[in-house]
Design a protein around this ligand. Structure first.
Ligand code: SF4
Length: 69
Protein backbone atom coordinates (compact mmCIF):
# COMPACT_ATOMS: atom_id res chain seq x y z
CA UNK A 1 0.00 0.00 0.00
CA UNK A 2 1.33 3.43 -0.93
CA UNK A 3 0.29 6.39 1.21
CA UNK A 4 -0.08 8.69 -1.77
CA UNK A 5 -0.47 11.80 0.38
CA UNK A 6 3.15 11.36 1.52
CA UNK A 7 4.68 10.17 -1.78
CA UNK A 8 7.10 12.71 -3.27
CA UNK A 9 7.03 11.15 -6.74
CA UNK A 10 10.70 10.14 -6.89
CA UNK A 11 9.82 7.03 -8.99
CA UNK A 12 12.30 4.74 -7.18
CA UNK A 13 9.70 2.09 -6.35
CA UNK A 14 8.28 2.06 -9.89
CA UNK A 15 11.78 1.64 -11.34
CA UNK A 16 12.74 -1.18 -8.97
CA UNK A 17 9.50 -3.19 -8.84
CA UNK A 18 8.09 -2.46 -12.29
CA UNK A 19 5.40 -5.12 -12.17
CA UNK A 20 4.01 -3.89 -8.86
CA UNK A 21 4.23 -0.09 -8.73
CA UNK A 22 3.56 2.59 -11.29
CA UNK A 23 3.31 6.34 -11.28
CA UNK A 24 -0.11 7.90 -11.55
CA UNK A 25 0.25 10.74 -14.07
CA UNK A 26 -2.65 12.74 -12.70
CA UNK A 27 -1.40 12.89 -9.10
CA UNK A 28 2.35 12.38 -9.59
CA UNK A 29 2.34 9.66 -6.93
CA UNK A 30 3.13 5.96 -6.98
CA UNK A 31 0.38 3.35 -6.73
CA UNK A 32 0.31 -0.43 -6.49
CA UNK A 33 -1.31 -1.70 -9.67
CA UNK A 34 -0.64 -5.40 -9.05
CA UNK A 35 -0.19 -6.95 -5.61
CA UNK A 36 2.88 -9.25 -5.57
CA UNK A 37 3.69 -8.36 -9.18
CA UNK A 38 7.40 -8.84 -8.41
CA UNK A 39 9.25 -11.26 -6.15
CA UNK A 40 9.20 -10.60 -2.41
CA UNK A 41 12.90 -9.58 -2.51
CA UNK A 42 12.32 -6.99 -5.22
CA UNK A 43 9.29 -5.55 -3.45
CA UNK A 44 11.25 -5.40 -0.18
CA UNK A 45 14.02 -3.50 -2.00
CA UNK A 46 11.48 -1.04 -3.39
CA UNK A 47 10.03 -0.49 0.10
CA UNK A 48 13.52 0.03 1.57
CA UNK A 49 14.42 2.57 -1.14
CA UNK A 50 11.42 4.83 -0.50
CA UNK A 51 12.97 8.03 0.93
CA UNK A 52 9.83 8.98 2.87
CA UNK A 53 8.82 5.46 4.03
CA UNK A 54 5.33 5.71 2.57
CA UNK A 55 5.10 2.13 1.24
CA UNK A 56 3.59 -0.28 3.74
CA UNK A 57 3.19 -4.07 3.69
CA UNK A 58 -0.29 -4.66 5.11
CA UNK A 59 -2.78 -7.51 5.41
CA UNK A 60 -5.65 -7.83 2.94
CA UNK A 61 -8.12 -6.62 5.58
CA UNK A 62 -5.96 -3.59 6.38
CA UNK A 63 -5.64 -2.86 2.66
CA UNK A 64 -9.42 -2.74 2.25
CA UNK A 65 -9.71 -0.23 5.09
CA UNK A 66 -6.82 1.92 3.80
CA UNK A 67 -8.17 2.01 0.23
CA UNK A 68 -11.52 3.31 1.51
CA UNK A 69 -9.68 6.30 2.98
FE1 SF4 B 1 6.66 7.66 -3.84
FE2 SF4 B 1 8.21 6.28 -2.19
FE3 SF4 B 1 7.70 5.34 -4.63
FE4 SF4 B 1 9.27 7.49 -4.31
S1 SF4 B 1 9.70 5.40 -3.62
S2 SF4 B 1 7.64 7.26 -5.82
S3 SF4 B 1 8.29 8.50 -2.56
S4 SF4 B 1 6.21 5.66 -2.98
Amino acid sequence: YVDESRCIGCRYCAEIARSTFRMEAEFGAARVFQQSGDTADVIAEAIDCCPVDCIHAVSFNELEVLERH
